[in-house]
Ligand binder design. Structure first.
Ligand code: AMP
Ligand code: ZN
Length: 483
């Protein structure tokens, strides 16, 4: 079946046909690195990862670019607050972003270009827009004149009046039109600055994506992705810049996901309702977080509540337990269908049905909720087969369980919701933390009563498990010793 993708530009689900057979180019707008990323941002990094994995599953060679915005007002403001340079802020949070993404099981994009490393390409693009007469310079700032691009507003469906209403809040005398946007900003004293034909300055936000997308993926890309908040003005501006520069469509499929919400409001840094991914990872396994974030279709808002994530975590544990049981019981022998019992044959067929349902759901604009549903269907049947036949598995049944295991692992891997090496260990993290708290409390009580033998026994026994206790100003803490 053909893959269908909802295209924000046409407001329709369309058959996906890449420009080059067998290959897909995809650009997704990445983070501005001025803070850690929260679960809402995680949806923004996880959805492109899922799309890429499924396209690869379908046999495409995918080139995915996710940029890193390492120069921007928010970074400069944070640097000023902290009294450090914006490079320091950008470096720290770029590293944190890469680390948290890795811990969440997000595969690194093919290229993760930084704006500050593409200043020559950005300047060249701004110059092209000036040469084409759609941009103008005022005292070292360069603006894009939105009136000069006929297609302005085609992605968001807004007209200039709407845009004026939005832009009114920040009326700038120097602009010809309030909806014009900055391509290049003259830098103020102490701000990071690069030499340019218009004096020392720095790029505006929108231009970096046009420059980097075209550098790595060519003038027209297959899929351009981002959060729904980026449709206007960011993507509208990217289109204006790129299409005037090249005279070609910038992207064939515009792909946007809805927000992760808290009580109906977007999870966001400005809302103070966020949970950093690095904090979430202390409580939940990465597969549980991924399971939660993929449990709704990407175009539907998803509500974050403790209950929802715990529910997803439990669902994820059910998948883990089933896969681990299958691994324990199975062999990798070939299945000989004719030698299977009736229920064995049924289970064998269910694997084919799961794959069909999984692919039908994913082909329908990446319906991950449906895909997870298909996986659960098979998990249920595999569990029933195992409990009915426990203790009396024939060699053929074991081979069958190996076949079910292999298929479940493969499809779970497309969503990144199962990982053999992190599953059971991390599943117990919460429990280990609580038990350690209890042990430390008992040891503290013992010490208070001068019961040194109990206190020492706890410390020495823990050491045998490679857990080391340390005295700090905050009290006693524990950590795993070097193994
Ligand atoms: P930022 O670093 O805030 O510019 O955001 C980086 C990416 O995260 C962008 O693609 C945003 O669209 C996306 N994003 C921010 N908040 C949310 C949210 N609550 N749900 C989904 N995506 C979000
Ligand atoms: Zn962008």
């Amino acid at each position: 079946m053909a893959l269908k993708i909802y295209n924000t530009m046409t407001r329709h689900k369309e058959d996906f046909v890449p420009l080059q057979e067998g290959k897909v180019t995809m650009y997704s707008c990445g983070p501005t690195v001025y803070n850690y990323f929260h679960l809402g941002n995680a949806r923004a990094f996880l959805v492109p990862d899922m799309v890429r994995r499924y396209l690869e599953y379908k046999g495409y060679e995918v080139k995915l670019i996710i940029n890193i915005t390492d120069i921007e007002d928010k970074i400069i403001n944070k640097a000023n607050e902290l009294g450090v340079s914006s490079e320091v802020v950008a470096k720290e949070y770029t590293e944190a972003y890469l680390e948290d993404s890795k811990n969440l099981g997000i595969r690194p994009a093919t290229v993760q270009p930084k704006a500050t490393e593409h200043i020559p390409e950005i300047i060249a693009l701004v110059q092209t827009l000036l040469d084409k007469g759609v941009a103008y310079e005022v005292d070292g700032d360069v603006y894009y004149s939105v009136k000069k691009f006929n297609g302005y507003g085609k992605l968001s469906g807004r007209d200039l009046d709407d845009m004026h209403a939005v832009a009114r809040v920040e009326v700038d005398e120097r602009k010809d039109d309030p909806a014009d946007f900055a391509l290049w900003k003259r830098s103020k004293l102490g701000e990071p600055a690069w030499d340019s034909p218009w004096g020392k300055g720095r790029p505006g936000w929108h231009i970096e994506c046009s420059a980097m997308a075209m550098k790595y993926l060519g003038e027209t890309i297959d899929i351009h992705a981002g959060g729904a908040d980026l449709i206007f003005p960011h993507h509208e501006n990217e289109i204006a810049q790129s299409e005037v520069a090249t005279g070609k469509p910038f992207a064939n499929y515009w792909f946007h996901w809805a927000f992760l919400q808290v009580g109906g409001r977007r999870m966001g840094k400005s809302e103070q309702n966020f949970l950093f991914v690095r904090d979430a990872l202390k409580k939940y396994r990465p597969e549980a977080i991924r399971h939660f974030l993929l449990s709704a279709h990407y175009r539907h808002p998803l509500d974050y509540t403790e209950e929802n994530i715990v529910q997803a975590s439990n669902a994820s544990k059910r998948i883990h337990n089933c896969i681990n049981t299958l691994r324990r019981l199975s062999t990798s022998e070939e299945v000989e269908l004719e030698k299977l019992s009736e229920e064995g044959k049924q289970l064998y067929e269910s694997v084919g049905v799961m794959r069909e349902q999984f692919e039908a759901a994913m082909d329908d604009d990446f319906n991950t909720a449906g895909a997870i549903g298909a996986i659960f269907e098979l998990v249920g049947q595999a569990n029933a087969f195992v409990s009915e036949n426990e203790g009396k598995f024939s060699e053929q049944s074991k081979a069958l369980l190996g076949y079910v295991h292999e298929n479940l692992v493969e499809l779970c891997d497309v969503l990144g919701i199962y990982s053999a090496d992190s599953g059971l260990e991390r599943q117990d993290t919460e429990l280990v933390n609580s038990l350690m708290d209890l042990l430390l409390e008992i040891r503290q009580d013992a010490r208070a009563k001068k019961d040194w033998s109990t206190a020492d026994k706890i410390r020495d026994k823990l050491k045998e498990f490679n857990i080391i206790l340390k005295d700090t100003r905050e009290g006693v803490v524990w950590e795993f010793g070097a193994s």
